[in-house]
Design a protein around this ligand. Sequence first.
Ligand code: ADP
Ligand code: MG
Length: 410
Amino acid sequence: MKDLLLDFLSILFPVLLYQFVVLTHSSLVKDIIYKISLGVLCGLAIASSMILPDPIINDLDGDLRHIPLIIASLYGGYLSGGIALACFMLTRFFIGPAGWELAFLAITAAFGAASIFRSRFAKQTPWRRLFITTGLTLAGFAISWLSTISQHGNAGDIRQLAIVCIIQLLAMGMTVFLMEVTIKSKQMQRQLLSVEKMNLASHLASSVAHEVRSPLTVVKGYLQLVSGSMEGKNRIYIETSLAELKRAEYVINDFLNFAKPQLEKMEVVQVADMLHQIRQSMSETVGMYKVDLQVEAEEGLRVEADRYKIIQALAHIIKNAVEASYGGQVSVYARRVSDKIQISVCDNGEGMTPDELTRLGTPFYSTKSNGTGLGLMVAFRIIEAIGGQLEYTSEKGKGTTSVVSLDIAS
Ligand code: ADP
Ligand code: MG
């Protein structure tokens, strides 16, 4: 029994060490370094559990060496599992008792199976992972018990066997628990860092945008003033400058909304009016992309929002749909659905893969050569600030549908 407890500790110690390694290093360390350290530490655990005297109870090998191997393969994949397996073989080579073929086969099979199921394992919830690993331990115990029964013809002392089984389960459970705590803490550490970075970037972006906006307004004012008295070529130059200024303003407004958007003036907005206004302001883009843009809105739908901001958000969503559907069709519907107003934008454009869908709304994510990757981030933030929701569904090659749900203005 003493041997078994010693074995137990020799397994837990490397996992604790791994936790220390992962949590004390900066988030910039590459995952591969963690994988290698997980493999080496699990390898050490295997080696120490093999060098320590084997806990043999009722002829049943109560050894725990398979636990670090399974942990390394399931949490670290081929690399960590492979290193742990190599440690196993090296130790075998040096201490080499007879009859190692069976152990070798069993442990290689465990490594192979665990590595193959690794990607599916990673997608499970922590509770399920605990369930799966302890289930595996139980199955392994049952198999080795059955094999001793078939060798000796009797079941052995049930009480002692139960203790071995419980210690194996506890060892696996605690190891998985520690691994999960490590993963969760690391995730939180990384999130914190990215939030800090975002805060810094948004401060910088909005203060620069603010400073640039005032001179632009002055320039725009003077240009508008002189454009009336210009003729011929000069007039075209001024108009082009004004159009470009409008584009610059558009981008600057996005940068100003980088941080949480301030809703300045809440008012009751007619949805149909708003959508037609957006459609008009977008006629140039619509023409350029040869898109058939349809707008249908039930009469009398009203929302309470900052008029300018909600238009900005919806315009971004519709503009993306138009840009994704060259020569195609974009339909915008606004209707009442129970106690909400739903504005859906459907396009039959290029669509997105599930992976691309999850990246929507993250700053600077753009697949366009001249995109800023700010539009949807701003749209998500504005809609959230108004108290609404924006949801996307999409299929690559078929098209995209986005639905904005807003409260009905009373
Ligand atoms: P930008 O338009 O500057 O690229 P956005 O934040 O507006 O930035 O959009 C981010 C990315 O999301 C786009 O580059 C595009 O790849 C994708 N996207 C957004 N809407 C759609 C859509 N309706 N269909 C296909 N892809 C879309
Ligand atoms: Mg866009």
